[in-house]
Design a binder for this molecule. Sequence first.
Ligand SMILES: NC(=O)c1ccc[n+]([C@@H]2O[C@H](COP(=O)([O-])OP(=O)(O)OC[C@H]3O[C@@H](n4cnc5c(N)ncnc54)[C@H](OP(=O)(O)O)[C@@H]3O)[C@@H](O)[C@H]2O)c1
Length: 289
Amino acid sequence: MNSKILDGRKLGEKLNKELKEKIKQVVKKIGIKPTLATILVGKDPSSKIYINIKQRMCQEVGIESIILELDENISKDDLLQEIDKLNNEPSVHGILLQLPLPEKLLNYTGVFLEKISPLKDVDGLNPFNKGRLFDYDEELAPCTPKGIIALLKHYNIEISGKNAVIINRSNLVGKPLIFMLLKRNATPTVCHTSTRNIDRYIKNADLLIVAVRKPKFITKERIKEGVIIIDVGTNRIEGKLCGDVDFDDVLDKCGAISPSPGGVGPLTVHFLLQNTFNAYKKQLNITEI
Ligand SMILES: NC(=O)c1ccc[n+]([C@@H]2O[C@H](COP(=O)([O-])OP(=O)(O)OC[C@H]3O[C@@H](n4cnc5c(N)ncnc54)[C@H](OP(=O)(O)O)[C@@H]3O)[C@@H](O)[C@H]2O)c1
């Protein structure tokens, strides 16, 4: 499909519909519903909003969604125990630890992610699944990069041979993207706050992926004519959502752009559902779908 605006909302709806059909077929055959357990520690309002969206989408495609709400003062050991209970519960196929954790537990985030069974790690943040990505295995890879790749594929945007510049080096976005882009024969460059003369890289990008938490970070003057831009950022200005790219400013000059909102976000949610289904199939040895 050819279009200048890469519509993640439309693609997300299409992929969710297809997934719903697959889930329906398997559940009809084996009588077990895929189940995702989400752990929410504390009462962060944004986390609550995200969890509600995910729960609604689970219901829409036929995934059972359980939310475990835990007190923000829970101890490290107790949280580890809660994760282990879910690891050992056969009716739970996917486990999602909603991040960020409250301040007191923040430093142990890696310890908790490591505790999640790699088989149920639908966010792809357990070290085992990170390692699998090193070998280009994306079965349980992080959802946002999967969404970016799916969006490019849907719009027939060639990745091979491109200078792909990622402005972000987080575990959720930049780092997994390096391997996903390498797998598809792009030449990825990762920029961050210590990158010197970042404009040199931005200007050279054929494919530019931005996730910096800064509205209007990318403007027309900074980009190369025809560049494909994926705006991952989600910022709120005076109550209105926007990305990291000045959309109206760059629209004429770029080759294509995924807007924010309405680009990568809906696909991130889709791949959470898809990863849950992948984890379920693996645990139940379902191969034919
Ligand atoms: N739509 C979705 O589904 C989705 C999913 C995930 C994330 N997001 C959004 O994506 C954004 C990033 O998320 P995250 O969790 O990856 O955030 P993060 O951990 O804060 O990462 C931000 C990255 O941007 C880099 N950065 C910040 N300012 C910069 C600058 N002036 N020049 C160059 N690099 C700069 C940082 O560099 P350093 O490493 O040097 O600090 C860091 O690597 C957020 O807006 C988030 O809401 C959206």
